[in-house]
Design a binder for this molecule. Structure first.
Ligand SMILES: Cc1cc2nc3c(=O)[nH]c(=O)nc-3n(C[C@H](O)[C@H](O)[C@H](O)COP(=O)(O)OP(=O)(O)OC[C@H]3O[C@@H](n4cnc5c(N)ncnc54)[C@H](O)[C@@H]3O)c2cc1C
Length: 437
């Protein structure tokens, strides 16, 4: 494996805040898909698998932090809880009822999720529920993210019943019976996973080595590695390109230009996290539940705050006197907020957190983490684009692609795409061996 960064892991990384290991990137794995927890078990992390202590979230909107009612990616599944929360106005609640009366539309090939929700449930549901949830997962905008690729759970509702609300309530009812917790984490941080995988795999790994070129040969592929002034080539039987869309496009440009062209069209959002450690006695009563989301219409700088010590028991136990809060900032094409220096960024994040919660004390430690090109944006038509990329790549023996740019940005989806890619190149190699004279 060739890795450009000094360590393996990409967006999974742990580093210290106030002397404790805290995730700098992803911090939770979907538990209702098997791939991530199975991989953690397979590499010896069974004992470390944990589940959130609380998933009671909130929305900071209309001047207050309000409980997040049950939703399916922002589609309300309990109208009474929604009304009690006060997240949307009374007229928005009344407007939603029109959903049941709208004529059934033909299943759309694909639309922006915001377009669908705005049309069926009204602008407030889109802006105050769907937007902040999409902001969390994709750092993207409801008006641009593909219904079918970005929120397949919602697409399934559209295909299922005429009324979006009725379909969402029915889906919520069905999943109520599933006993498994929705999320899992790892004691010590999800960022431990890549290191454990690397160690258990026994693979030869070269870090700090950027792959700059990829060339097809009569048999196999040639990788061009390292800086231009000290170039090195490595000839291999097969390649899995497991990098974000922009570097993948550069690597595929020579031999798979159609795939490269399509990948270059995938835009990314940059994000930053500001993690604070506070003295528990100064904040405990102000920081309850798992955190809150912030709809963009409310005009704040932070888009979410996660109360990591409430969510993860291992972190609370590691130092009972500290509370960790992680704020996140940055949405697609809104990089301006991130152009502040670290001190400024931390100051605006803290100001927002104070306005939301009334926490007045100064943090004992602060860490700013920046992720440039963090999250691919699944624009309308993404599924079709990915199918065309895969078709172009499939024509090249010993080549496959995987990662967040394709079938889902979450950790289990990335692992699934990697497994698929490896299966594909191994099958190709076996075919080549059996056909060899
Ligand atoms: C702040 C943040 C929080 C998130 N939280 C969650 C969460 O809680 N749960 C969840 O499921 N998902 C979460 N995600 C999403 C998830 O972490 C990512 O989508 C996923 O980890 C991406 O994995 P990847 O392997 O596709 O890409 P990456 O993690 O980006 O890995 C790509 C690797 O390729 C290397 N590379 C790039 N170009 C080259 C080259 N030319 N040569 C050699 N190496 C190269 C990079 O150095 C990097 O290590 C989060 C993402 C971010 C940014």
């Amino acid at each position: 494996m060739i890795e450009g960064a000094p360590v393996v892991g990409g967006k999974l990384r742990v580093s210290e805040v106030a002397g404790l290991p805290v995730d700098e990137g992803a911090e939770a794995m979907l538990n209702r898909r098997p791939e991530a927890v199975s991989l953690a078990r397979a590499v010896g992390l069974s004992e470390a698998i944990v589940h959130p202590e609380t998933i009671r979230s909130a929305v900071w909107t209309r001047g207050r932090v309000r409980p997040l009612p049950p939703t399916l990616m922002g589609i309300p599944t309990d109208l009474r809880a929604l009304a009690r929360a006060g997240i949307v106005s009374r007229s928005a609640l009344a407007r939603m009822q029109a959903d049941r009366l709208l004529p059934a539309s033909d299943p759309e090939p694909d639309v922006a999720v915001g377009e669908l929700v705005g049309h069926r449930l009204g602008a407030e549901i889109r802006d105050r529920l769907v937007e902040p949830l999409l902001g969390g997962v994709y750092a993207g905008h409801a008006r641009e993210i593909s219904l079918r690729a970005g929120v397949p759970q919602v697409a399934a509702l559209v295909d299922r019943e005429r009324s979006l609300l009725a379909a969402a309530s029915a889906a919520a009812e069905e999943s109520r019976g599933v006993g498994e917790p929705v999320f899992a984490g790892l004691a010590g941080g999800v960022g431990r996973l890549p290191g454990a995988v690397a160690e258990a795999s026994g693979a030869v790994i070269r870090t700090g080595t950027t792959v700059r070129g990829l060339q097809r040969r009569a048999k196999g592929w040639r990788l061009v590695l390292g800086p231009t002034r000290d170039e090195e080539v490595l000839d291999v039987d097969a390649v899995v390109v497991a990098v974000p869309a922009a570097p993948a496009a550069r690597l595929l440009a020579r031999d798979v230009p159609e795939a490269a062209r399509l990948l270059a069209e995938i835009e990314y959002a940059s994000v930053a996290l500001v993690t604070f450690a506070f003295r528990r006695d100064a904040v405990a009563d102000r920081v309850t539940g798992s955190g809150f989301l912030v709809p963009p219409v409310d005009g704040r700088v932070i888009k979410a705050a996660t109360y990591s010590s409430n969510k993860w028991g291992w972190l609370a136990e590691a130092d009972a006197d500290l509370v960790f809060v992680r704020t996140s900032l940055g949405r697609h094409r809104e990089e301006r907020d991130l152009q502040r220096d670290d001190v400024d960024l931390a100051a605006v994040a803290l100001a927002d957190l104070r306005a939301a919660t009334g926490v007045l004390t100064a943090p004992v430690d602060t860490r700013v983490t920046r992720w440039g090109g963090a999250l691919p944006q699944y624009a309308v038509g993404h599924l079709d684009r990915v199918a065309r990329v895969r078709a172009a790549v499939a024509g090249q023996p010993g080549l496959a692609v995987c990662g967040a740019a394709y079938d889902g940005v979450g950790i289990p989806a990335c692992i699934a795409s990697a497994e698929k890619a490896v299966t594909q190149v191994l099958a190709g190699l076996r075919r080549r061996e059996t056909m060899a004279p």
